[in-house]
Design a protein around this ligand. Structure first.
Ligand code: SF4
Length: 451
């Protein structure tokens, strides 16, 4: 059998860093972790090929070569994924699809009728059954995950299928699940509230494989929440990372996402830094308490969120943040409140987006009950698109959103934030390996931006 794995193109969004990548000389942000992990689960005797449409073009000949085409996609890849499905269907090749895009709500909307087989949920628990059915000639149209599979079944991604030089960053995942219940979040729907961690040998094998591939740069640890279970992080994940990084002379740097309770965990912050974490993305979402209550972001309530950010910065971690506009309880002055909060926090990289109701989230179900969902072209806040009727007028919301982005990313405001960041940041000395590519990045930044 010949299997072609395809990663559809992402729609442009703030987090794809399209314009920032020109400084790095990279074609895409990161290779698709899920698809490369699925590749490792396919029979060893199968020939495998991989095309990332964020990096390369897909031709009819590529598809005709394959006996089966595997597509993994998120909502932000919907437009490209549908094109790939149509092209593959036209050429008469079998399609297996999975990933968050292929969720029950969109399947019910008959969006994927040309797909032969769909995996709903985590692939690791379903791929073996699909492969057995395929060889028996009775593969089903849909495979649904019951509960959450054993994370110890997860294999090391097949990095050999990818040219890592095309990417700015690589993703790894060690722990799935988050104990919190944010209304808009798909993470806890997909991965559950109980955190499931890979074993120490699995973690070491993934780090070894990436090291052997030649990667010597930044890794995004795409666990739902590295502070979701502090004890698990302090006694299992971080000791393993620290030991491996010390033994290998710190070849990587890490970044990841955490909830704001991280600021209460001094030992956890110190261990993150010792493991090589340089930055953390905090889910702050809003400076407005009523909006946080509305979306069940209870862990952010009754806290001085500015102090949370400054505490984490003072432990040697740069803080990035996700911020959201468009909650029902956002008052008219919310746009200025966001700007004021981000400026005073010293958060250089604030990913401000419009609220988007992802299918199968609690938010989506509520808005559906309230008959407020509206059709959309592309997902995930791309181009300022939303898929529901907001409480404030749509014109006010999109105008306010643009104002926030234009203000936060104007040079004067950005540099003012950097100064604020340096007031609070206390860097911790650690081994640093200067790469020639980093010097080229600095030269490009000077060329494009000046000094
Ligand atoms: S803390 Fe983050 S990962 Fe956890 S439920 Fe909230 S948004 Fe999702």
């Amino acid at each position: 059998m010949k299997a072609l794995l395809i990663c559809p193109q992402y729609a442009d969004a703030l987090w794809t860093y399209k314009h920032a990548r020109q400084f790095l000389g990279k074609k895409a942000s990161s290779p698709p972790l899920g698809l490369l992990t699925v590749a490792a689960m396919l029979p060893v005797e199968w020939e495998k090929s991989f095309i990332d449409l964020n990096v390369n073009q897909l031709t009819d000949a590529d598809i005709i070569w394959a006996d089966i085409v595997l597509i993994g996609a998120m909502l932000a890849q919907q437009a490209s994924a549908l094109q790939v499905i149509n092209q593959t269907h036209r050429l008469g090749r079998r399609i297996l699809a999975g990933g968050p895009l292929f969720c029950p709500e969109l399947i019910d909307q008959r969006l994927f009728t040309s797909v032969d087989h769909i995996i709903v949920g985590e692939a690791k628990g379903l791929i073996p059954q699909f492969l057995a059915d395929l060889s028996a000639g009775c593969a089903r149209p849909i495979y649904c995950q019951e509960g959450y599979p054993d994370i110890h079944l997860s294999l090391t991604p097949m990095w050999s299928l990818v040219d890592l030089r095309d990417y700015a960053m690589v993703n790894l995942q060690f722990v799935r699940g988050c104990p919190f219940d944010c209304e808009f979040c798909y993470g806890h729907v997909l991965n559950g509230h109980r955190q499931r961690a890979k074993s120490r040998p699995q973690i070491i094998a993934e780090l070894d494989a990436l090291y052997a591939s030649g990667w010597r740069s930044s890794i995004f640890v795409c666990d739902d929440n590295v502070a979701g279970n502090s004890q698990l992080a302090r006694t299992h994940l971080l000791p393993t990372l620290i030991e491996w990084m010390q033994a290998n002379n710190y070849p990587f740097t890490f970044t990841g996402a955490a909830s704001v309770n991280l600021a209460r965990e001094s030992e956890l912050m110190d261990m993150l830094v010792s493991a090589g974490f340089e930055s953390i993305t905090l889910g702050i979402e809003s400076p407005h308490e009523e909006s946080l209550v509305e979306v069940h972001k209870h862990q952010n309530l009754h806290l001085d969120l500015l102090n949370v950010v400054h505490t984490i910065q003072s432990h040697g971690l740069e803080v990035q943040t996700g911020m959201i506009l468009g909650f029902d309880h956002d008052p008219p002055e919310i746009f200025e409140s966001h700007i004021d909060f981000v400026q005073r926090s010293g958060i250089a990289n604030s990913l401000v987006s419009l609220l988007f109701a992802f299918p199968n989230t609690t938010l989506y179900d509520r808005l559906k009950r309230e008959e407020r969902l509206v059709p959309y072209e592309v997902g995930n806040c791309v181009h300022g698109a939303i898929n529901f009727k907001p409480a404030m007028s749509l014109d006010s919301l999109t105008a306010g959103y643009k104002h926030v982005l234009q203000t936060l990313y104007s040079p004067a405001e950005f540099y003012a934030r950097m100064e604020k960041f340096l007031d609070h940041y206390r860097p911790v000395p650690r081994p640093f390996h200067l790469q020639p590519a980093q010097l080229v990045t600095v030269a490009r930044a000077i060329y494009y931006l000046g000094i």
